[in-house]
Design a protein around this ligand. Structure first.
Ligand SMILES: [Ca+2]
Ligand SMILES: [Ca+2]
Length: 165
């Protein structure tokens, strides 16, 4: 978890999203986060990290109102002002410019509240996840073998054709 903001809180919730069991890639992944805000004894902190077989991928955050939500590092958002749950001020659009095969979301407490405080309950919302599936998926091992065989046949017939001239 080295990619995330330091001071991992004692209490946190993690959501792991794997789009498929293979390393299939999905592009244009985006979703909304709702109500990232702060109270007197709690602070919403959300870290999101995309991944593919190539490693970690940082998301892009489109913050509705930077008076209410602050980007702490490449992966992390903090609520910095209280917002009622039915307005847009604390909403953030999360998107990935690179293709990913899934992402982790960690919801915890930010460090703007006093460390002596035992945070009370607080929450965020997560909207529908949109994506486009890549047409050229990473092939399964079996179909990789099939492609190799086809390649050899193709090369062979071309050589044969050339020799007959
Ligand atoms: Ca909240
Ligand atoms: Ca709220």
């Amino acid at each position: 978890m080295g990619a995330f903001a330091d001071n991992p809180a004692l209490y946190s919730a993690t959501m792991n999203v794997n789009f498929s069991e293979s390393d299939r890639l999905f592009s244009d992944v985006s979703f909304m986060l709702y109500d990232i805000d702060i109270g007197s004894v709690w602070q919403d902190r959300v870290s999101i990290i995309g991944f593919s077989s190539n490693g970690e991928i940082a998301p892009e955050f489109t913050i509705e109102n930077t008076d209410y939500v602050e980007q702490v590092d490449n992966y992390t958002l903090d609520g910095i002002k209280n917002s009622s749950n039915d307005v847009d001020t604390s909403n953030v659009l999360v998107s990935f410019s690179s293709s990913i095969s899934g992402f982790h979301l960690i919801f915890t407490d930010g460090d703007d509240i006093e460390s002596s405080i035992d945070p009370s309950s607080h929450g965020i919302g997560i909207g529908d996840i949109y994506y486009t599936q890549e047409p050229n998926d990473v092939p399964e091992p079996a179909s990789t073998l099939g492609l190799l065989v086809l390649g050899i046949i193709g090369l062979y017939s071309r050589l044969k054709t050339r020799r007959s001239y």
